[in-house]
Design a protein around this ligand. Structure first.
Ligand SMILES: *Cc1c(COP(=O)(O)O)cnc(C)c1O
Length: 495
């Protein structure tokens, strides 16, 4: 039977997978979820001998069975052939007693590439399935990595236009260069005088702006989203949990069926939620540990049950996790409250009006059975990068270092643990070279000199796509105020 998606806030809003992928957000502001996760299963013993693409097809089939197996296979093949610099797509490295799952070997060097290599194919397949010939306008709020990965995924797609908003002074120099130099005739990139939460909240609001929706309709355009609010962006992230578990079994590091932990550097709660979906499909996961930086709103929530965004927004050395309003938490609340859309809608109204909500003790207990948590300050992150490099010869980016620190200092650590590594250290080269004093690198240098020097001194391969940015012309350098976000859309549609 075809699996239907519903809004986290209203069970009467039911969409097919293709409709949900095309819409991004539910019309009531909720997120699309599969109401019953008992419907998705994958026995990991059946994928031990399979490669990444085969596992991806099996996972996607479970969630999006509206599409034919053949169509899914085709999308997966296009997405993951010659697009990653490692043939395993997401290679697993043993570092000390733990494992690092490197998710950053795609075209823009962050884990966002894994899903955003596939999402554009799913969007086009969805449009075909719906016989929908409208163009999509994809609005993307980015904390640094989604923007570039989505731009690469959708550039020059004849059926898509795209606008990316990123926080001015809120991303790393390399991240900014990546976006400012983006080519493709169908893309706009602007930085906003605000933080990521401002960008994300306003994008969500603009989706439902009546004047814009009418304007778009006149031009046969519809909004869509490449953020992890889009279910088509989330599901491809389930795949590497299965692939990494299978690899651990194949490497004889664990026995089939043995439960392990995953620790995830978390911002919008998408990556870790994909781990929850993997667990619900049957993957033997004990705990999913949410690692936060100094914007530790999720840490406090998972400890106390109160989610309170009324606090100072901090700019940290792990900017892609500088988020106070984690969209995908809403999906987790839905699933763990037993699919209580009314309850979720109520919490989300409280969040909107007061900036906070508190869940019941009972629900908190249920959540804590699966989700552990910890956080790291910038100082601890810097020390961890230094320590892991000196002791284990492994170069961490600041986001991965948050997780590495939390894991090392977790009193509850029992199981074998996989650390999800979400970005290449070279994307944050200023921070990383400053953090390892023994390398004696002058971190005030030009970022491209830093990349060369860090590579030379550590012998850790620096991705050519980052080095090549040095010669790429700047094509986008507009800075706007938050209230101008709408004007950019009007301008882009009018052209
Ligand atoms: C986006 C991002 C994160 C946070 O992932 P979520 O799915 O938003 O929790 C962590 N690290 C890096 C490098 C990222 O780009």
């Amino acid at each position: 039977m075809e699996k239907k998606y519903q809004s986290t806030r209203n069970k009467t809003i039911q969409f097919s997978a293709s409709q949900a992928i095309l819409s991004g957000l539910s019309p009531d502001g909720g997120l699309f979820v599969l109401p019953n996760l008992d419907d998705v299963n994958l026995d990991v013993s059946t994928v031990l001998d399979k490669d990444y693409q085969e596992i991806a097809s099996l996972v996607i089939n479970q969630f999006f069975n509206e599409f034919s197996e053949n169509d899914i296979k085709k999308c997966v093949k296009e997405a993951y052939t010659n697009t990653f610099s490692d043939e395993k797509i997401t290679p697993l490295k043993k570092v000390g007693d733990d494992y690092v799952l490197e998710l950053f070997h795609g075209s823009t060097c962050s884990f966002k590439d894994v899903a955003l290599s596939l999402l554009p194919k799913l969007v086009n397949l969805s449009a075909k399935t719906q016989h929908n010939t409208n163009k999509r306008l994809i609005l993307t709020a980015t904390s640094g990595d989604t923007g570039k990965a989505a731009l690469e995924g959708f550039k020059n797609d004849p059926l898509v236009d795209m606008i990316v908003y990123y926080p001015n002074n809120g991303v790393s120099t390399i991240q900014e260069k990546q976006m400012q130099t983006q080519d493709g005739g169908n893309v706009s990139v602007v930085s906003i005088n605000g933080n990521f939460d401002d960008a994300q909240s306003n994008v969500k609001r603009l989706f439902h702006d009546e004047e814009l929706v009418a304007l778009l309709k006149d031009h046969h355009i519809e909004f869509s989203s490449a953020n992890s609010v889009n279910i088509g962006r989330l599901i491809p992230q389930v795949v590497y949990y299965f692939a990494s578990y299978a690899e651990l079994v194949n490497m004889d590091e664990i026995k089939l069926g043995e439960k392990i932990d995953y620790i995830v550097p978390t911002g919008n709660f998408g990556n870790i939620l994909a781990g929850y979906y993997a667990q619900q499909m049957g993957l033997p996961i004990n705990k999913l540990i949410c690692a936060s930086n100094e914007n530790n709103v999720l840490y406090d929530f998972l400890k106390t049950g109160e989610y309170d965004t009324n606090r100072e927004f901090k700019k940290t050395s792990s900017p892609s996790m500088d988020i106070l309003i984690s969209s995908n938490l809403e999906r987790m609340l839905f699933h763990l409250s037993g699919g209580d859309a009314g309850y979720v809608a109520d919490l989300m109204t409280q969040l909107k009006t007061t900036g906070k909500f508190k869940i019941s003790d009972e629900l908190l207990k249920t959540i804590q059975e699966t989700f552990g948590t910890g956080y790291a300050t910038d100082k601890q992150v810097a020390e961890q990068i230094d320590k892991v490099y000196n002791e284990k010869g492994y170069l961490l980016d600041p986001h991965t270092a948050v997780a590495s620190y939390v894991l090392e200092n977790s009193p509850e650590k029992k199981e074998k643990t996989v650390i999800l590594s979400t970005a290449s250290p070279y994307k944050f080269v200023q921070e990383v070279s400053k953090d390892i004093p023994d390398l004696a690198i002058d971190s005030a240098q030009d970022e491209f000199k830093l990349i060369d020097e860090l590579e030379e001194k550590t012998n850790v391969y620096a991705p050519s796509q980052l080095k090549d940015l040095k010669h790429a012309p700047i094509l986008h350098n507009q800075v706007i105020d938050i209230d101008e976000m709408k004007d950019i859309i009007i301008k882009q549609v009018g052209e």
